[in-house]
Design a protein around this ligand. Structure first.
Ligand SMILES: NC(=O)c1ccc[n+]([C@@H]2O[C@H](COP(=O)([O-])OP(=O)(O)OC[C@H]3O[C@@H](n4cnc5c(N)ncnc54)[C@H](OP(=O)(O)O)[C@@H]3O)[C@@H](O)[C@H]2O)c1
Length: 325
């Protein structure tokens, strides 16, 4: 048995309930891990709310946790009881003391990476990596715009983009968050709701606009994001913290300068074991070399997951937040 969060209907943080669940033995190709640290990603809020509706109730929640292998299923090679691993994988069941995971999605942790850091950084850091190196390949001298620059993904994007030689413009929700973004490499933090983002971006780029906008806020920022791009720039719309934007006729992309638009997902950039390991190893190297610092602004005991959700969706957090089991 394990304590695990489940929910029986979509709704606010209060629908999350800590229940006793049977974990059982791992099947073929599976591992059972005892979690020590569990990520709280904004995605989990969207799943709980129903923006990303679950297939059936009751449902577990969370895709990312780090811990220690306590049982290895039949046919699994390359893993052993006692190894420390991190896993980014469904089905949603990570907010738990123990869980079964597919071995194909487990990654053994380097000695230098502790489990809390691992839980704080894998989804967020692997997302930052594919956005900067694959969705659009950031070049030295590029100017980029990242929304929610003080958040979990945002802080990593700022640091990594600086390492790639870019100038980083970021949006944040407050002056305190502007300081947090600046500490992580954001050259020009702009405060949403106060600064005119389009005007400021045009002024900072000599009127040209940015090469790429990484937009995870959605409805509230989407149109401005398009208007911040340079000719033939790319909008990577990779999240909807404020809701889904209105539909855009393709012709508008032409009118604004032959723009490109994509909605990338981490799963599509790490679909194979080789892609997963390449992405994870690149991230580990960036963190172990000190080029990217993982900021865990707050940890909560597992039982306080609803409070963690309330803080995240009320925009009270910076960096990553983690549950400890
Ligand atoms: N597509 C993918 O592959 C992928 C993978 C991972 C994450 N994501 C997305 O990336 C984003 C960042 O994820 P994260 O877990 O690191 O979260 P996060 O950035 O730490 O938290 C979300 C931030 O969004 C900003 N925000 C602006 N308007 C908001 C609103 N109406 N409601 C809530 N937040 C609002 C807030 O920052 P300010 O107060 O500073 O504005 C808030 O702190 C999320 O949208 C997530 O869904 C996408």
């Amino acid at each position: 048995m394990s304590k695990a969060f489940r929910f029986h209907q979509h709704g606010g943080p209060e629908v999350l309930r800590l229940e006793d669940v049977q974990v059982g033995e791992p099947g073929g190709g599976e591992l059972r891990i005892r979690n020590t640290a569990i990520a709280v990603n904004f995605r989990d809020v969207l799943v709980r709310r129903g923006t990303h509706a679950v297939k059936a109730f009751p449902s577990g929640i969370g895709m990312e946790s780090a811990g220690v292998i306590e049982a290895v299923g039949p046919g699994v090679r390359d893993f052993a009881v006692g190894q420390r691993v991190v896993c980014v994988a469904g089905p949603d069941a990570a907010y738990a003391e123990a869980r079964i995971i597919p071995a194909a999605r487990a990654i053994v942790l380097p000695v230098a990476i502790n489990e809390r850091t691992a839980a704080a950084m894998m989804i967020r850091g692997m997302t930052a990596r594919y956005l900067l190196k694959e969705t659009y390949r950031v070049q030295p001298g590029d100017t980029i715009l990242i929304h929610a620059a003080a958040g979990g993904v945002g802080q990593i994007v700022c640091q990594w983009a600086k390492h790639l030689g870019a100038t980083v413009i970021g949006t944040v929700g407050s002056d305190d968050k502007a300081s947090a973004a600046r500490e992580h490499g954001c050259d020009h933090p702009l405060v949403l709701g106060r600064d005119n983002v389009v005007e400021r971006v045009r002024a900072l780029t000599g009127g040209e606009g940015v090469a790429v906008v990484y937009d995870s806020i959605g409805k509230a920022t989407f149109e401005d994001s398009l208007r911040c791009l340079r000719r033939r720039g790319i909008l990577a719309s990779f999240g909807e913290a404020s809701g889904d934007p209105e539909p855009v006729p393709p012709r508008l992309l032409g009118q604004l300068g032959s723009l490109y638009m994509t909605h990338p997902s981490l799963g599509d950039y790490t679909a194979t074991r080789a892609a997963l390991l390449e992405t994870a190893n690149d991230l580990f190297n960036m963190v172990m070399s000190g080029k990217v610092r993982i900021d865990i602004s707050k940890t909560y005991p597992l039982a306080e997951a609803p409070r963690a959700h309330a803080d995240l969706e009320a925009r009270r957090t910076t960096g990553s937040i983690v549950l400890t089991a």
